[in-house]
Design a protein around this ligand. Structure first.
Ligand code: HEC
Ligand code: HEC
Length: 213
């Protein structure tokens, strides 16, 4: 953690805060988020959809991270057929408002790792907390923060996110269909992960707490 400011400055990531120029209002965001509940649910918990497209939990994610993703869908930098029309409905103020709103909701627990066996969970925990130097995989928590609960506005919390969604994102980075991460930070990791590794880390992370205590 202590090393983060230096790393962020070195990567030029601190400039991301320029996106937060418009101030969000959570109450206005609640109204604008009416159309989002069909998928992300009224409490922002999203839904793990086994065998289908999972809807990510938004509750408790960092507001600037949420706003960045909505801008990325609008610009086409991040592409998803279900999500793009809804991102395109929002103006700058509404993006700031819904981001403030979802960030203000208490994080809910992830689903989807329940059927994983002991060996799989052990491998998932190893990748998340220690990485695997034989495969040049850095631990997830070295960027995603203590407990993988997120660090600042650049590194989203991934503990307690739905397994189906985590898996889909890692597969997308591996395949090159998600590439909106700064400096290919995620792509370079996902490409080193086997499908079993992806399954394992998604299952383990889904079962972890999204917030401390
Ligand atoms: C039809 C279902 C649907 C609706 C309605 C919907 N979303 Fe989404 N949303 C998704 C899916 C599916 C994803 C994951 C897409 C992907 O893989 O990139 C997503 C992803 C997101 C993300 C990225 C989350 C992350 O952790 O990176 C944000 C932010 C988001 N949606 C906000 C919204 C907002 C705000 C609205 C309402 C204005 C909305 N969504 C409406 C299905 C939906
Ligand atoms: C070198 C830093 C770094 C490491 C290590 C790292 N990540 Fe990430 N990760 C990021 C960044 C930056 C983002 C946000 C990308 C963006 O802005 O869209 C991200 C985003 C994600 C997301 C998308 C979350 C969401 O809500 O959409 C998932 C899932 C993810 N990482 C999983 C992992 C896993 C699993 C590991 C360990 C195997 C890992 N990451 C290791 C930097 C890292």
């Amino acid at each position: 953690m202590k090393k983060f400011p230096g790393i962020l400055a070195a990567l030029g990531l601190v400039t991301c805060s320029a996106l937060a120029e418009v101030e969000g209002d959570a109450d206005r965001g609640a109204a604008a988020a009416g159309v989002c509940t069909a998928c992300h649910q009224a409490d922002g918990s999203g839904k793990n959809v086994p065998g289908g497209e999972s809807w990510p939990r938004l509750a408790g994610l960092d507001a600037a991270y949420i706003a960045k993703q909505l801008h990325d869908y609008q610009s086409g930098e991040r592409s998803n057929a279900s999500m793009m029309p809804f991102a395109n409905m929002l103006d700058e103020q509404q993006i700031a408002d819904v981001a403030a709103y979802y960030a203000s909701l208490p994080a809910t627990q992830g689903d989807g790792g329940e059927d994983a066996g002991e060996a799989m969970l052990k491998r998932g925990k190893q990748l998340a907390e220690r990485g695997d130097w034989s495969a040049y995989i850095v631990s997830c928590k070295s960027c995603h923060g203590p407990g993988n609960r997120g660090a600042g506005e650049v590194f989203p919390g991934i503990a307690g996110q739905h397994a189906g969604y985590i898996k889909a994102q890692l597969q997308a980075w591996k395949a090159g269909t998600r590439k909106n991460d700064p400096q290919d930070l995620m792509g370079s990791i996902a490409r080193r992960m086997s499908d079993d590794d992806i399954q394992a880390v998604a299952a383990w992370l889904a079962g972890q707490k999204a917030v401390a205590n």
